[in-house]
Design a protein around this ligand. Structure first.
Ligand SMILES: Nc1nc2c(c(=O)[nH]1)N=C([C@H](O)[C@H](O)COP(=O)(O)OP(=O)(O)OP(=O)(O)O)CN2
Ligand SMILES: [Zn+2]
Length: 139
C-alpha cells in the first residue's frame, strides 16, 4: 500500500461547552490538519506516472475544506445564545456553526468525510489542536 500525506493549517477560535476547565473559555488555536490518502497502485499516465496522485490535488482539496474555518469562531450548534450570535454577526465577525462539539476528534472525522466526498481513498486524518495534542480518525 502507498500512502500520501499533506498538511495545511488554519487559525480559529472555539470553546468547549460544558467543559470543566480552561477550555470552556473562548480561545484560539493554529489547527494543523494532516491528511493521508492511500492506494494499492500508482498512476501510469504521463504527468502523474509513479504517483498515488499529485500532492497538489490532495492539498488543494484539504485547503478547500479547511478554509471554511480560517479566522473564524467555530461554535457548536445551540452552544451560544441567539443574541450572542446576533451581536457577534453585527460586528462582522466570521462565525461558523457546526453540528458537533468542536473537539479535535470530531474535526478529524469531519475532514475525513469531507475529503472522501472528493473521491480520495482516505487512510487517516490527524488534527493538531496544539503542538502536542493530536486526534486521529481512520476507518
Ligand atoms: N480529547 C480531547 N481533549 C481535549 C480537547 C480535544 O479536542 N480533545 N480539547 C481541549 C481544548 O480545546 C484545549 O484547547 C486543549 O488545549 P490544552 O489543554 O490547553 O492543551 P495544552 O497542551 O496546550 O495544555 P497546557 O496546559 O496549556 O500546556 C481540551 N481537551
Ligand atoms: Zn481548544
Amino acid at each position: 500500500m502507498y500512502y500520501l500525506k499533506t498538511e495545511v493549517g488554519f487559525d480559529a477560535a472555539h470553546f468547549l461547552k460544558n467543559y470543566n476547565g480552561k477550555c470552556h473559555n473562548l480561545h484560539g488555536h493554529r489547527w494543523r490538519v494532516i491528511a493521508t490518502a492511500k492506494s494499492k497502485e500508482l498512476l501510469c499516465d504521463k504527468q502523474k506516472e509513479g504517483m498515488v496522485m499529485d500532492f497538489s490535488d490532495l492539498k488543494k482539496a484539504l485547503k478547500e475544506v479547511t478554509d471554511r474555518f480560517d479566522h473564524s469562531l467555530i461554535y457548536e450548534k445551540d452552544s451560544l445564545k441567539n443574541e450572542t450570535v446576533k451581536a457577534l454577526l453585527s460586528e462582522d465577525f466570521k462565525l461558523v456553526e457546526v453540528d458537533f462539539r468542536t473537539t479535535a476528534e470530531n474535526f478529524s472525522k469531519y475532514f475525513f468525510d469531507e475529503l472522501k466526498k472528493y473521491g480520495f481513498d482516505m487512510h487517516q486524518i490527524e488534527v493538531y489542536e496544539t503542538p502536542n495534542n493530536c486526534a486521529m480518525y481512520s476507518e
